[in-house]
Design a protein around this ligand. Sequence first.
Ligand code: BT5
Length: 244
Amino acid sequence: MTNWAGCSIRRVAEVDSTNRVARAWAREGAPHGAVVIANRQTAGRGRRGRQWSSAPDMGLWLSIIIRPKVEVQALTLLPLAAALAAADACTAASGAAVQIKWPNDILLEGRKLVGILVELEGSAAVIGIGINVRQQPQDFPPELQSRAGSLEMLTGHPVSMETLEQSLLLALEQYIDAWDFLPAYRTRCTTLGSAVQVVEVNGTFTGTAEGLDDTGALLVRDETSTLRRIWAADVSVRGLENGV
Ligand code: BT5
């Protein structure tokens, strides 16, 4: 049972994006922990204008409104808390040993299972989480078929959407209340210690991900042995992914 996560839940059959609906609700005064869940999104959003494929009844498409007690600067850590909670929930519901790719993708067998989009709305934050549950390869758009996966496709057994949702809300509540999840995140994040390719707006470089600072930024030692702090960048991890 949770204290606040899911205190009020709006379940809708179809929306453009649960994040958009949650942001509108936040503007109207939705309480801390209010949740929007849709069976289907027609315009699910990824980061930086990318799209999130959200086929009907195939996954958990959810947004939760957070009214944070921490300083606004600390909100860079929210996506990491969400990733950890989503990883715990995937394991609780399916038994799968999923991997976290910094900052907030969840992979299994190199395929992307979960995407997370955190957006600020005034003094509130909206955490959008999409977890692929029932898709088989043909249920994804062709360009995603080699890179995306679902819990049922990859584990080969049925997964309860209800267990997934409850585990997710409980884990999220616990991580946000304690606000001490970086040690657990560092343990679970397989990007740390890996060779990475960092794709930034103005160029690409390779190096080794050596650590994570207290703001959640990735510390990458480049080929000239300089330690570089990475936040606003896309990082792909060699050897782990199918080009995700
Ligand atoms: C994300 O963006 O991964 C964040 C996705 C957040 C989705 C949730 S669902 C509930 C809430 N409401 C919303 O409107 N959004 C949130 P990004 O890291 O930019 O990754 C997007 C990329 O992932 C796309 O460009 C595709 O390559 C890939 N992709 C799209 N749909 C996918 C899916 N269902 N499974 C795996 N990969 C997918």
